[in-house]
Design a protein around this ligand. Structure first.
Ligand SMILES: CCCC/C=C/CC(=O)SCCNC(=O)CCNC(=O)[C@H](O)C(C)(C)COP(=O)(O)OP(=O)(O)OC[C@H]1O[C@@H](n2cnc3c(N)ncnc32)[C@H](O)[C@@H]1OP(=O)(O)O
Length: 358
């Protein structure tokens, strides 16, 4: 059920009862969601650069873009619920719903036999930092072993995920480039291996635009539900890079080589409907009812016998597992070279000099 105005007001009251200061990042998130839910997209003039507090608040609100009021209200209620529940977790009975601790870039929750892994850097469009890669690997490992029926990825805020955080490649001295590239190739390979190996059904709830590695990985997901606001974009050539996440194999297999080439070589951005037509997405929902429809459906599916679902997923996927590992290894090693190329280094510098936003 979508959060009502009454739920929203109750949550506003609950915030005041929190005993622990949730920290500035969370407070900014609460502020932004509150403003978006009550007033809609940011319409206030941007504060001056020296007005630090008001600028941080404005940035947080503005980062929510055109997120619908209802979704903001729901996210606000969910966030307050997760803050309240983590405060009272010491009194909670074992087995009850819980937000898992130890994550800074994700919100990981277990509810209704579903492990939900939410990218949680909405101000940065959920770009994946090195820390986030590690947290995702950790969350997947735990979700594979816990008693949930399946795992669901989604994004907080207006984006699903803007792909690799390009800051991962900045502040590297010239004589460190080779070593860093090797380090990231190993990280990438290990990261994608976790998706190839994940033993249970893996579902993506694509709440908004998806870029780069967050798109390519979808070929390794079992079901992809998308809001009609979502887009799918892999600007590898623009960045002097090449495909990863086994997309060089999975995308041609899913959508045919001609369509895959438009995405992977030319960086063609697909709408949710196009991604559905091309077989990358299982179903598209209107954004206004997306969360309610998808989660109602997933809660029903999560009551199916978990072992049967797990065995079916493995039957479908395991035939190609070794091949996927080999492809992942090859893609990672090619990227290791690409990251050291002038094409790639210049493209990343352009992004940060704001000349070439993709
Ligand atoms: C180690 C393994 C490596 C695996 C390799 C994977 C390859 C890829 O994933 S390639 C794809 C990389 N991603 C991109 O190229 C996207 C870059 N971002 C953008 O083009 C735009 O930010 C956007 C289209 C996603 C959103 O544009 P919009 O105008 O709406 O918002 P912004 O003001 O640009 O973004 C807000 C804020 O977030 C920062 N940000 C967003 N995405 C990234 C990113 N991928 N890396 C770093 N930072 C990102 C953006 O800089 C803004 O930050 P400030 O508010 O501080 O300016």
């Amino acid at each position: 059920m979508e959060a009502s105005q009454k739920d929203f007001e109750t949550a506003m009251h609950q915030v005041k009862l929190l005993k622990k200061d949730p920290g500035n990042e969370v407070k900014l998130k609460l502020y932004a969601l509150y403003k978006q839910a009550s007033e809609g997209p940011c319409n206030a003039p941007k504060p001056g650069i020296f007005d630090l507090i008001n600028k941080a608040k404005w940035d947080a609100w503005n980062a929510l873009g055109s997120l619908p009021k209802e979704t903001a209200r729901q996210n606000y209620v969910d966030l307050v619920a997760s803050l309240s529940s983590s405060e009272s977790s010491s009194q909670r009975k074992p087995g009850a719903d819980s937000k898992q601790s130890g994550y800074e870039t994700l919100v990981v929750t277990s509810e209704d036999s579903i492990t939900k892994i939410m990218f949680n850097r909405p101000n940065k469009k959920n770009a994946i930092t090195t820390q986030m890669y590690h947290e995702i690997m950790h969350a997947l490992d735990a979700a594979g072993k816990d008693d949930s029926a399946f795992a669901v990825f989604t994004g907080n805020g207006d984006y699903y995920c803007s792909g690799n955080d390009l800051n991962n490649f900045t502040n590297v001295l010239p004589d460190e480039v080779e070593e860093k590239a090797k380090h990231f190739a190993i990280l990438l390979r290990n990261f994608v291996d976790c998706f190839i190996n994940f033993p249970k059904p893996l579902i993506a709830v694509v709440n908004g635009p998806a870029v780069g590695i967050s798109v390519t990985l979808l070929g390794l997901f079992d079901i992809v539900y998308a809001s009609d606001r979502a887009t799918f974009h892999t600007p590898f050539s623009h960045l002097g890079q090449s495909p990863e996440g086994c997309s060089s194999y999975m995308f041609p297999k899913i959508m045919g080589s001609a369509k895959a080439a438009e995405m992977l070589i030319f960086g063609k951005k697909l709408t949710a409907r196009e991604a559905y037509t091309q077989g990358l997405v299982s179903e598209v929902f209107p954004d206004s009812t997306f969360q309610e429809e998808v989660w109602t459906r997933l809660k029903t599916y999560s009551q199916l016998p978990p072992n049967a679902m797990k065995i079916s997923k493995q039957l479908i996927r395991n035939v190609e597992k070794e091949k996927l590992h080999a492809i992942n290894s090859k893609e990672s090693s090619i990227l290791q070279d690409r990251w050291q190329s002038d094409e790639c280094i210049n493209a990343i510098m352009n992004f940060f000099s704001k000349k070439a936003k993709l």
